[in-house]
Design a protein around this ligand. Structure first.
Ligand code: PGA
Length: 247
């Protein structure tokens, strides 16, 4: 089973999402591919309830606050997202970390909130270009992973997304070898911290300029259990092509 997730970021209002579902040919996607869409919160409400949404397309929220409710203008909480039909929560995406200053501690608190409310956390990790050039890839991604290990121990189910910051939205993609190397580092830490059974059940996705043209080789790289797609997930045809790639 490979996971094909689409992160719409701040794109796609409810009408565009409806049109996307209308254009998404789920039949062309093999059954061993799990599909997840992460729409903006306002769109999530109608997308999750849309009768045109095939049951194979799961829905996730892009970000949550760690508190269940309170005076946090502009935020949404895990129980609200769950009530609206989300079953996954993207946590610590690089834009949250680097544009909005989210820390490892906040990422851990958000992972806890997701778990409390039955949302499967998709924890994003990844190094910047300067961290890669300085040879600090493993150090950075393990620090980010270690921050959520206590939560992963508690969580029934979780996913990790390795998204090198320099590959996100830039057209630069990690080579399948780079992706496999980082995923192997993460997998080893998961095995040490969670034991082999739980580590094996934790899918590690690659994200960063995944397109129809490079999806097959990334999806077949060792330790790559799926992909998290930004730009190319906005078009139903390219998303379906990625979802079927290499199958
Ligand atoms: P991209 O975004 O595919 O547009 O590079 C990936 C992501 O940010 O999840």
């Amino acid at each position: 089973m490979k996971v094909i997730a689409g992160n719409w970021k701040m794109h796609m209002g409810p009408a565009e999402a409806r049109a996307f579902l209308g254009g998404l040919n789920v039949e062309a996607v093999p059954f061993d591919r799990q599909l997840i869409l992460f729409p903006p919160s306002l769109t999530l409400v109608s997308l999750a309830a849309d009768p045109a949404r095939d049951g194979r397309v799961r829905v996730g929220v892009q970000n949550i606050h760690w508190e269940d409710q309170g005076a946090f203008t502009g935020e949404v909480s895990a129980p609200m997202a769950a009530e609206c039909g989300a079953t996954f929560a993207l946590i610590g995406h690089s834009e949250r970390r680097h544009v909005f200053g989210e820390t490892d501690e906040e990422v851990a608190l958000k992972a806890a909130a997701a778990r409390r409310h039955g949302l499967v956390p998709v924890i994003c990790v990844g190094e910047t270009l300067s961290e890669r050039q300085a040879g600090h890839v493993d150090e950075v991604i393990l620090r980010q992973l270690d921050a959520v290990i206590p939560e992963l121990r508690e969580a029934e189910h979780a996913l990790i997304a390795y998204e090198p910051v320099w590959a996100i939205g830039t057209g630069e993609t990690a080579t399948p070898q780079d992706a496999s190397a980082a995923h192997t580092t993460l997998r080893r830490r998961l095995v040490d911290a969670l034991g082999p059974k739980k580590a094996d059940a934790t899918a590690i996705l690659y994200g960063g300029s995944v397109k129809p043209g490079n999806a097959a080789e990334l999806l077949s790289a060792p330790e790559v259990d799926g992909v998290l797609v930004g730009g190319a997930s906005l078009d139903p045809h390219s998303f379906a092509q990625i979802a079927a790639a290499g199958a």
